[in-house]
Design a protein around this ligand. Sequence first.
Ligand code: NOJ
Length: 984
Amino acid sequence: MTPSKAWSAPRWTTVVVVLLATLCCLFVPALGVKHENFKKCDQSGFCKRNRQFADKAAATTSWTSPYALDPTSLSFSDGILSAVVLKTVKDGQEKVRLPLKVTFLESGVARVTLDEEKRQKGDIVLRHDSKARKERYNEAGAWALVGGLETSKGAALSDKVEEGFTKVFYGKGGKHQAIIRHAPFEIDFQRDGETHVKFNQRGLLNIEHWRQKVEKPQEEKKEGEEAKEEEKKEEAQGEDESTWWEESFGGNTDSKPRGPEAVALDITFPGYEHVFGIPEHATRLSLKTTRGGDGNYKEPYRLYNADVFEYELDSPMTLYGAIPFMQAHRKGSTVGVFWLNAAETWIDVVKPKSIPNPLSLGVLRHTDTQTHWISESGLLDVFVFLGPTPQDLTRQYGELTGFTAMPQSFAIAYHQCRWNYVTDEDVKDVDRRFDKFKIPYDVIWLDIEYTQEKKYFTWDPLTFVNPTKMHKQLDKSERKLVAIIDPHIKNTDNYPVIDELKKKDLAVKNKEGNLYEGWCWPGSSMWIDCFNPAAINWWKGLFKYDSFKGTAPNTFIWNDMNEPSVFNGPETTMPKDNLHFGNWEHRDVHNLYGLTFHNATYQALLERKKGTIRRPFALTRAFYAGSQRIGAMWTGDNLAEWSHLEASIPMILNQGISGFPFAGADVGGFFGNPSKELLTRWYQAGIYYPFFRGHAHIDTRRREPYLAGAPYTEIITQALRLRYQLLPAWYTAFHEAATTGAPIVRPNFYVHPDDEKGFAVDDQLYIGSYGLLAKPVTKEGQSSVDVYLADDQPYYDYFDYTVYQGHGHHNIPAPLEKIPLLMQGGHIIPRRDRPRRSSGLMKYDPFTLVVVLDKDGNAQGTLYLDDGETFEYEQGAYIHRRFSFDGKRNSLSSSNLVDRVTVKGENYLKTMAKVRVEKVIIVGAPKSWRNKKEVVVMEEGKKESARKKTVEMEWFEGGKGRADWAVVRDPKVGVGRGWRIDFD
Ligand code: NOJ
C-alpha cells in the first residue's frame, strides 16, 4: 500500500501550526478580515499622537509650527542646500538641532532630508540594555534607490533677497523654484511661478526628538524631584506620553528602547482634487479622504506590510506591500512626492474646498488636497516631483528606484497555480490535460506542500518522487515550474539549512540579541536576515542545482509570507524591537524586509547557472519601492467573490502608476469556490493583468480551466488564446516599462491627462501604448458594459470592428463569450495568431499587424522583440521596429527604432531572419480600396529585382455600424527588416 500523507500520524508541531493558522487564517467560518488583529491609528501610539497634534493645530487659530531654520547655518553648493532647523521644545527652553539638506537633482526632482543631531550634552542612553542602534535609520535609500541622484549643476540661489526666505531655482531652464521660509520652517515648490507642493503649510511637521526616559519618581526619592519637573513640562505641552516608552497590542508588548521618535509632515497639493498611489490598499484609484464624512474613511491609509488574508475591500487598511509614492493630478499638471521611510507609516488625506468669494458665484471654487504623513521612526526624507505630465512622474520615480525588470517571455504568459498540486504525477497530469484540451499555459506552480515537512529546499520524498522527470516533461513544451520558498526556516533537527543559518549567525535577532524564534507554516521557525550581505551570499548557494537537487533551469521561485508573516507575532508579523544586521530595529526596516528577501532570491537565481545567464523570475507578496527591479507581485489572499474581481482592477492600475506594474491578482479568487460564471469572467479580466496567474486555497475545489465544462472551458480557452495572441504587444509594453517607467496597463488619466471627467475612471484599462482599451465584466449576470471614451477618435471593437465614437460612455455588448476590448484609432498592434501550447513554442511564429486607422487615416505602433530569456538584449540583441501608416500616401512602413549594430545584435537578427509578417489587417480601410486587389511591397536589402513585388489584398465591407477592413495576405516581409507596402 502506498503510504498516504493524509493518514500519517500528525506531529505535534503540525497540530500547533494548524491551531495557530486556524486562529489566524485558515478555517475562518465566515470569510472576512480579522479587524482585531490589526491596529487602528489610535492603537498605534505615534499615529494617535500625530493626529492629536494635527487636531490641536487645526483648533488653535494662532498655531505656529515650532520649527525654524537657523539662517546662520545656511550654505549652498553643488546643488545642495544645507542648514539646521531648530525645534523649540519645553516652552522655548530647549532647541533640538535637526540638520536639513535640500538636494536639487539634475532630473528636476528635489529631495528634502531632515535628521536629528546627537545631543550636545552627550548621547542619549537607550532605556534598556538594548543593542538597538542609536541613529535614525538612514539606509532605506541604499535599498530603494538605484540612480537619478546626480545633483543639478544649474540649481542656484535666487539673487533677489527677501528677508526670512531662501529661494532656489532648479530644474530644466530654472523653471522650478523652492521657496524656503525660515520661521516657521516651510517649503513651497513652484513650477513656472505657481506653487504645486507645500511642506508644513499646516504646521504639522513633527520630529519627535529623542529624549531620556524619566522614570516616575518614587515618593521617598528626593533626587526624583528634578525628573518630576521635566515630566510636568512635557505634559504642559499637552503631549500624550502613554505610548512613549512601551506599547502593547494584542498581548504583545513593544519595549521601544529609543522612546518616541516619529517623523511627520503635512504636504499640500494646492488646486489638486485627485491623488493616486501609496499602494497597497484595496481601494479606488482616486484616493478618498480619511477624516470621516459621507462615504469617506475615518482611518488614515496605513503602510505596514502585513499578512491580511481575506482582506476587506474599500478600505485604507494596510496590505502586504508598501510604496510611499503619491501623485496629485489635475488638468495640465501631475506632481508628486515619494516619502522614503521604511517604518510603519500612516497617511491622512483631506480635501477642504476653498470658500469662494461670494461675488465670484462659486466659479473660483477649487479643491486642495492636504496630506499628512506620519512614520514611526527614521529620517524625514522626501522627494518632490513637479511633473508636469504623468509620464514625467513615472519616469523620474523609475530613475530613482529602478524600472521594471525585463521579464523572460514565459513570465508574461499564463501561470497555473493552486495550493497544492500534490504529487509530481499530479503536475504531469495537469500538464497533459492542458494539452488535451488545447489550452495554452506556460508555468505550473508548487505551493508549500511539495516540501518535506515545510523544509524549504527539500522535496517530500513520498509525493515528489522524481522532480527531475517532472521538470523534463514540462520542458518538452518549453514550460516552467515555480516552487515556493518562504523566509521562515524550520527550526528542527536534521535540517542543514537551519543548522547553517544558526551557525553562520544569519537570522533575525530578538531584542536581547539572541536568535528570534516565531511560528509559521513549519511550526517553530527562524527568519533569514537578508539585510546582511553574508546572508545573501549564503542564500545564493542554496539554489545551486547541486544544492537544491531536483531543480532545473526551468525552475523559478515564489517568495511568500515575506512581510514577514509570523503567526504568533504582533499583527501577524515580527516584534518591532527585533534586531537586524547592523543592529537596526525591525521597527526601522519593517517595510523593507520583503524586498531584501526577494532581492536575495533574485541574486540567487542570477547565479545558479554557469555560462549564459537567464533572467530570473521571482514573485513576491511583500514589496517596497524598488521591488519592481526584482520581479512580479500579486495582491495576496483575495476571495472568490465578484467584489474582489472588481477591486483587482484599480489595485493593479495603482501598482502601475506607482512604479511596480508587473502585478496581478489570484484569478478565480483565493478563498472560496467561484461560480463558473465568476471564474470565466475572472479569466476574461485576468488576461489583462500584467502578471496572470490562476490560484486557489488548499480547501477549494479544483478549478483548472478544463474542468469547467461547456461552454465555460471553451470561453476561458478563447480568453487565454487572446492573451497569447497579443503577447508581442504585452512584451513591447513590458519593454517600455523597463526603459521609461510607464505602466503596462494604464488608467484613463495617464493616457488622457486633460480629460477631467475621466480622472477617477478606474474600471477600464489601456494596454501599453497600443490604444487597446479593455473593460472587464465584474458583475454577475452582466451582458453589456459601459465603456468611457475620453476623446473623439474612433474606437473599434477588437473582434468585429463595430465603431464607437464620441466623448463619453458607450454601451457595448458583453455576453459571457465576449471580452469587451476596443482598439483606439491611430495604433498598429502586433499579434501572433497561431494557437500554441506555450509562449516558448511561438518564438519563431510569424506576425500579424493590425493597423487601426484614426480619424485622419493614420496609425503608428512599435514592436520590441528579443530572445525572451537572456540578458543579451543589453548588448543589442533585439529587434525594435516602428510601424507607421501614412494616410496621405496610403503606405505602411517598417523602420528601425534604434540605430545600432552589435555582434550580438547581428547574431540575433540572423536567428530571426525567417520570421515574417504574414498578414496585415487595416481596420477602417477607405472605401476607395473597394476594388483593389493587390498592393506593392518593397523590402530593403534584397537584390534590386527581388525588392519589389505585388501581393494580394482583399477589402471587406463592415456594414451595420462596423468599419470596413482590408487584409493583405502574406506580404512575406521580415519582421526585423525595413519595408514598405503601398496601397495606392
Ligand atoms: C499565503 C499566500 O498568500 C497563498 O497564496 C499561499 O497559497 C499560502 N500562503 C500557502 O503557501
